[in-house]
Design a protein around this ligand. Sequence first.
Ligand SMILES: Cc1cc2nc3c(=O)[nH]c(=O)nc-3n(C[C@H](O)[C@H](O)[C@H](O)COP(=O)(O)OP(=O)(O)OC[C@H]3O[C@@H](n4cnc5c(N)ncnc54)[C@H](O)[C@@H]3O)c2cc1C
Length: 473
Amino acid sequence: MNTPFINTNNQPQTMLQNIKECQNKTKISFYEDSENLSEVSKDFGGIAIGRSIARVYPKTAADCRDLINFANTHNIKFVIRGRGYSQGGQSLGTGETVTLDCSQMSTIEPPNLETYTVKCQGGTDWRSLALLTTLYGLIPKVMPFFPELTIGGILSVGGIGGNSHIYGCTSSNVQEIEVVTGKGEIKICNSHEDRELFESTLCGLGYCSLITSATIDLRKFKSNIKTFYLIFSDYKIWLAAQKWFVENQIDYLEAFCSPTPLGLQAKDKSWVPLNHWLYSLQISIEYDEQEPTEAILGEKTQGGYLIKTGVSFTVDFLMRYGARAQNIKKSGSWKLPHPWWECILPFSTLSEIFPQLLTKLPIFFGDGLTYRIFALEDNCPPSFMKALGLTLGLAILPSAVEPRNLSRVIDSFQKLDEWLLPLGGKRCLAGWLGEMSNQQWQQHYGDYYQTWKSNKKKYDPNNVFQSLCLKES
Ligand SMILES: Cc1cc2nc3c(=O)[nH]c(=O)nc-3n(C[C@H](O)[C@H](O)[C@H](O)COP(=O)(O)OP(=O)(O)OC[C@H]3O[C@@H](n4cnc5c(N)ncnc54)[C@H](O)[C@@H]3O)c2cc1C
């Protein structure tokens, strides 16, 4: 780690003086060297560029409380950062913020084997958490696909995993959280005590409060996984099969669609690419001894082709998207822009518009994981926006986009937003959001908007928590 904050850049003297004073008073080091600051000027999206005047690494809830208390009386603003995997400036500074980096808050307690829960600090990553709990025969109820994300980061955006159709989003599977509010109070909250704070923190984008620790639900698991890889040429059969697997609570479900190039076709006095869409499903089932057979797929998959099956250990399966990240890193595209976009729609709406939707999706994205469909249970916290009943999310997750293509991609996302949001679509808040106006936040939160605004006033009256994505004046 570099040397603590000692000198100035071009910030107003009072701001720097306040930070120095805060460092002296709290005995917590602030860093303002270029390595620390350039790292936090970017997120995984690589589209928005933020700026923080310093970076601080608290280790405990008491550290966070001391920092935030001081901030309240000395006009210091913080942006909370897990690992910066969000893609729209959610973890980036406004130019006047200090990055409150949670990475050194990563202690995990042994799981409670009576309540099937585990308590850990907010900067813990899901991989470390799951590797510990598996030693006790337990895993988090909903693991996000990518295990390197932090507990606080995931709980602040919702969190989707391969079994969210059974258990809902990750934030629905938390017993309790310890937070430090924007007022600088340490509070323990759950669905009975301080429920309002609990609900405004979960999926809250670090807007009102900082998650210093969380008690996460666990479940028993079987040691092996069998995966069936299916492909469909008819989207109606593919969607009906998804619905059937959701209703029958199959252990893990993943769905993709991808354009297959057929060549060029003559159109309007020119030659343009002709693509045919194919649709796939991955159905995975946990088992101990008796390996599941094809019979488990049921009649609903008739019309699809079983391409392959595979077996793995459950623990390896839970970490599988870590391998995808390694491959993207090797290809050099990790550092390129990733304009990721997700939208959650009622199943009926998505089924209705699906053929039209395919004509609007950009087709130059690359690997087959680009267009993912995920299903979600109803029990998400109130700040996680979704319609009731069976909902599907459409996710566009390119492994990277060349900078020269970025404006074209963003343009196509804006058009998708303009079309799908009035149809009741809700964006997942971890992705690229563009510059959201008050009106767009209002449209996103609907009836919950006033609660969202009043919670900010109540728990963070001095706007201590800010980000590029959520600026307050
Ligand atoms: C490769 C990759 C795979 C992904 N896979 C999934 C997935 O499987 N499922 C899924 O749901 N999402 C996924 N995401 C999307 C999303 O970006 C992350 O869910 C989320 O941003 C968490 O990442 P992070 O821990 O780095 O948090 P950050 O990006 O650093 O922060 C996200 C938001 O949470 C706030 N925050 C962070 N920590 C805290 C805290 N302790 N207290 C309060 N607020 C906090 C930040 O201020 C910010 O608003 C993925 C993203 C990438 C890049």
